[in-house]
Design a protein around this ligand. Structure first.
Ligand code: TXA
Ligand code: MG
Length: 344
């Protein structure tokens, strides 16, 4: 099966497939999502099946611009309206107290729901066509559980070859070009505002500082002892080849040591390293927004190089880099062990 170009007719067909309980992958400005009717538990169960994802992990509900969020959530605080006015449509997910009719399969059995209104024009057209704009699409990133999120239709095809074959779990992939942002939405939890204040569950393109400015209150980082977002698990967003992060000033030496042991090195860097001759090399832009845009495609490309490891030049630690640093830290969660093994 090929990805479908986004003609009005293809979008109408995709909306119909979704209304009948099938899965459709669609582009968003962050990453591609694997969508199902959020009010149909059987359809949502198919997402878990296709992804190989544990069913107690909640999924985000995507809504059309101007949707009535009181249909999906309750006890909505004023701060939610402020964030919606400032950042929707866009790469921000709000965690709110869920409305009673939300299936457990969407909320992962919790008393909350994640909601986001994407800005990608194809996602918006699909949401307007689906149930006449009154529905919601439950959609995690369109990748196998724990793997790198897709930022292009081809990535989705690569992830789900079997599920996309005739009679498979996924009816179609809408091709909307490369995702603009490139990393998943910022997630802020407003469901326990009175006791915990707003809590940042996942950093992204929209920063904690931007959220704080709009709400005029501090945003807390997540409690490390209570990981509620699946993106907070170790080994998330990882390619198949082990990923190792190394400081820029140690890069030359580590590459030399690895190569002396006959290892094949794939390198991802944002600065020039003229002394290094890697087997595969992806140079990413030195600003955090462009880096995020290219990050996942870069990891996928280097994953195809059949190297012993993907060596990533560690990034600056400034606030602006928080989103990409978070994803790289998870991809390279066992850096030290991998390097020790390869250098043994
Ligand atoms: O940018 C995005 O958010 C993309 C696109 C497709 O919209 N979606 C995405 O979905 O990244 P997923 O399922 O890969 O990650 C959603 C994250 C998970 O870490 C999940 O645990 C968290 O959101 N989440 C969803 N509902 C939640 C809830 N009620 N409480 C806490 N975390 C929640
Ligand atoms: Mg994901």
């Amino acid at each position: 099966m090929k990805a479908v170009a986004c003609t009005p007719c293809a979008i109408a067909e995709a909306a119909e497939a979704l209304e009948s309980g099938l899965l459709v992958a669609f582009p968003t400005e962050t990453v591609y999502g694997l969508g199902a009717d959020a009010e149909n538990p059987d359809a949502v169960a198919r997402i878990y099946e296709a992804k190989g994802r544990p069913s107690n992990h909640p999924v985000i509900v995507h809504v059309a611009p101007g949707a009535d969020i009181s249909y999906w959530a309750q006890q909505i605080p004023e701060q939610a309206q402020q964030l919606i006015a400032a950042f929707w449509p866009g790469p921000l997910t709000l965690i709110l107290k869920r409305a009673a009719h939300i299936p457990d399969a969407v909320s992962g059995g919790q008393d909350t729901v994640g909601i986001r209104c994407p800005s990608h024009p194809v996602a918006q057209e699909l949401l307007r066509a689906f149930k006449g704009g009154r529905g919601g699409l439950a959609a995690p990133s369109a990748n196998k559980f724990g793997h790198v999120s897709p930022t292009m239709a081809e990535h989705v095809m690569e992830e789900f070859t079997q599920e996309l074959s005739p009679g498979g779990l996924i009816a179609a992939v809408l091709d909307g070009g490369q995702s603009e942002v490139g990393i998943e939405s910022t997630i802020v939890d407003l469901s326990r505002l009175s006791t915990h204040g707003p809590v940042l569950l996942r950093p992204g393109h929209i920063s904690a500082a931007q959220l704080e400015q709009v709400m005029q209150m501090p945003v807390a980082s997540p409690d490390a002892t209570a990981p509620r977002a699946s993106g907070t698990l170790d080994a998330h967003y990882a390619p198949h080849t082990p990923v190792v992060q190394v400081r820029a000033d140690e890069l030359d030496q580590v590459v030399a040591q690895l190569q002396a042991r006959g290892k094949q090195v794939a390198l991802m860097s944002y600065q020039a390293h003229p002394a290094i001759q890697a087997q595969a090399w992806r140079h990413l832009p030195a600003d955090p927004v462009s880096y995020a845009h290219d990050l996942y495609a870069g990891l996928r490309e280097l994953d195809h190089a059949q190297a012993d490891l993907i060596l990533v030049e560690a990034l600056p630690q400034e606030q602006d880099w928080q989103g990409v640093n978070d994803r790289l830290r998870r991809a390279a969660f066992d850096s030290r062990d991998v390097l020790a093994r390869l250098l043994a």
